[in-house]
Write a protein that binds this ligand. Structure first.
Ligand SMILES: *[C@@H]1O[C@H](CO)[C@@H](O)[C@H](O)[C@H]1NC(C)=O
Ligand SMILES: *[C@@H]1O[C@H](CO)[C@@H](O)[C@H](O)[C@H]1NC(C)=O
Ligand SMILES: *[C@@H]1O[C@H](CO)[C@@H](O)[C@H](O)[C@H]1NC(C)=O
Ligand SMILES: *[C@@H]1O[C@H](CO)[C@@H](O)[C@H](O)[C@H]1NC(C)=O
Ligand SMILES: *[C@@H]1O[C@H](CO)[C@@H](O)[C@H](O)[C@H]1NC(C)=O
Length: 530
């Protein structure tokens, strides 16, 4: 807390005209209107307006007045904080909607998208923001120890004139961030539903002056937020501005990723996207908690089970894939307990595993056998990546937490976090998709294509064969089409900027996953117990 106040003081005193600063980048097209599903599947419209404006009224076209009776009352969600670091000079309003709304019949500041209780086309995407994460922006001898938006700051005594050889971190070329074009293409695909698997916010700090992302900086005040940070400037640039078309076309299910942790983009996430109510004791943007409960979004034929895995930590890998003839037969996860670089203690890690184990248990109770159940979480459970010339599976934390029956009756699981598209099909378990190729800097993993197929994935209770795998590091989004019988298609952006199908698979509800024990038995592999 002390740290926050120190920054708030410094920043407020250096913002002579806060409003001018917001306007200097782009004038937001208020009201910004979108619809998200809340726990239990009730759609809720939100409208972001200027703080001085009243909340819009919910209106119906002539002939559609009945929809108003099925809707809730408009309420104020939050008025954004006026203070850095979580300055959001906006007001967020919300209203509960019916589960079936024809296109354009309801207006909440703008016409609302069609809402269908029987979606046929669902678009899936994730990991969308512009990657700007400096370890050193070239003007600091020794960054730290204070952090802002997860980035180590420079003490006044350590600031030096720019020195290019000190620059380190991860910086995406702004010309290679095609998010708006992709969102527009997805919008023209006319989805009934959109699922964003998390990680919206990637601009954690300013761009070093020799990198191709400097347009996000405020040229006159390089250390004050230009279009970056967990504040309105950062969220508008990284998420809202490029996503307006898709937000206007369909209701969304929104997941939380590790980029929306409290020390990164959590302020904006809870203000704008979290599906629960906002506490009325806190200024907008200043509320954040580490963990939230799982919930369901049921439809006529499907049900989505949503889990918040924002706090899961990875084990870092070097991304070096196998070359030549492969000598690997088993694929293990990277164990956090054996990793010296973890931020949490052993006890904290085990406590976290237990917390997610409870969440998986709760989700198992939420499954509905008459429906296709899709499990959604930001972090994958069975994805794989490369380390020191071998395949490793991810994520250890969630694998430890899985119950024997977690995946029984699940039709598919959908995730993000790794910045590529990947399918992993384990014998007897539901297809496992990673759709983390939404726009942020890709993880270059093309050599992985069919990798790991035929190997045994070693899980805490058993080993399961990898029947099929496909990985591609290209920008795009995916679609889930159908009811009971589904076609899953991954689209990729081609040279002309068009989205074309690059891979697909089909599956039926009847093929849903089995328990881990049955999955293991089905391939006659002796179960191992770790
Ligand atoms: C940079 O920030 C200052 C202080 O908030 C503001 O007055 C100025 O307009 C901004 N300049 C640009 C180019 O955004
Ligand atoms: C909306 O407000 C009216 C009048 O205050 C109240 O009677 C009604 O119960 C409210 N509806 C909901 C869904 O809260
Ligand atoms: C820039 O940083 C490098 C690496 O620390 C150092 O060797 C070099 O002397 C610095 N250059 C200047 C002009 O300070
Ligand atoms: C940034 O991307 C553009 C378009 O691909 C390219 O022309 C330019 O050279 C890139 N800049 C750098 C510094 O890599
Ligand atoms: C799925 O892939 C097959 C074979 O590559 C192709 O013929 C078909 O058009 C694809 N279907 C969709 C819906 O993209």
């Amino acid at each position: 807390m002390a740290l926050r106040f120190a920054w708030a003081f410094l920043w407020v005193s250096s913002f002579p005209s806060a409003r001018a600063e917001v306007r200097s980048f782009a004038l937001p097209d208020f009201p910004i209107v979108y619809v998200i599903y809340t726990p239990g599947g009730v759609p809720q419209a939100r409208a972001v307006v200027a703080p001085s404006e009243p909340c819009p009224k919910l209106k119906a076209l002539a002939g559609a007045q009945g929809l108003l009776k099925e809707s809730g009352n408009v309420s104020l969600r939050a008025v954004g904080s006026q203070h850095m670091p979580h300055r959001f000079p906006v007001k967020v309003c919300q209203v509960q909607l019916p589960t079936n709304v024809p296109a354009g019949t309801l207006v909440f500041g703008r016409p609302l998208p069609r809402i269908s209780a029987q979606p046929i086309k669902t678009l899936l995407l994730g990991d969308t923001g512009l990657r700007v994460k400096a370890k050193n922006d070239g003007t600091c001898l020794h960054p730290g120890p204070k952090k802002l938006y997860g980035i180590k700051q420079c003490q006044a005594s350590a600031i030096i004139p720019f020195n290019a050889s000190l620059v380190s971190g991860s910086f995406q070329n702004l010309s290679e961030w095609h998010l708006k074009a992709q969102m527009d293409a997805a919008a023209s695909d006319k989805p009934d539903l959109v699922v964003h698997v998390g990680d919206y916010f990637y601009r954690q700090g300013p761009c070093p002056q020799n990198k191709p992302c400097t347009a996000i900086n405020n040229a006159s005040f390089p250390h004050l937020p230009g279009a970056w940070g967990d504040n309105w400037n950062g969220w508008y640039a990284d998420f809202f501005a490029p996503s307006l078309s898709l937000l206007s076309k369909a209701p969304w299910i929104v997941l939380r990723g590790n980029h929306e942790r409290c020390d990164r983009g959590g302020g904006g996430y809870f203000l704008f996207l979290d599906p629960r109510n906002y506490p009325n004791t806190v200024a907008g943007g200043e509320f954040c908690v580490d963990y939230t409960d799982p919930y369901t979004v049921p439809f006529a034929k499907e049900q989505f089970l949503v889990m918040d895995t924002a706090m899961v930590d990875d084990v870092d890998v070097d991304d070096v894939c196998p070359t030549g003839a492969l000598e690997q037969f088993q694929i293990f996860p990277s164990n956090r307990l054996e990793d010296p670089d973890q931020d949490m203690t052993r006890e904290e890690i085990l406590e976290q595993v237990e917390r997610y184990r409870q969440q998986f248990k709760e989700m198992a109770e939420m499954k509905q056998l008459g429906l296709s159940n899709f499990l959604l979480s930001h972090h994958p459970m069975f994805g794989f990546k490369c380390n020191q010339g071998a395949y490793e599976s991810a994520e250890w934390t969630l694998q430890q937490a899985l119950g024997r029956n977690t995946l029984e009756g699940i039709s598919a699981t959908i995730h993000g976090h790794f910045h590529f598209f990947q399918l992993t099909q384990l014998a007897g378990l539901p297809p496992h998709f990673i759709v983390g190729n939404g726009g942020t800097m890709l993880r270059r993993y093309d050599s992985l294509a069919q990798g790991a197929t035929g190997m045994d994935m070693v899980l805490p209770w058993t080993t399961v064969k990898v029947r099929d795998a496909f990985t591609k590091s290209v920008f795009g989004y995916s679609s889930l089409l159908g009811r009971d019988n589904y076609i899953f298609t991954a689209f990729q952006r081609n040279q002309k900027g068009q989205e074309q199908s690059m891979w697909n698979t089909s599956f039926t509800r009847a093929q849903m996953g089995r328990s881990l024990r049955e999955a293991a038995a089905s391939q006659a592999a002796p179960p191992i117990f770790v």
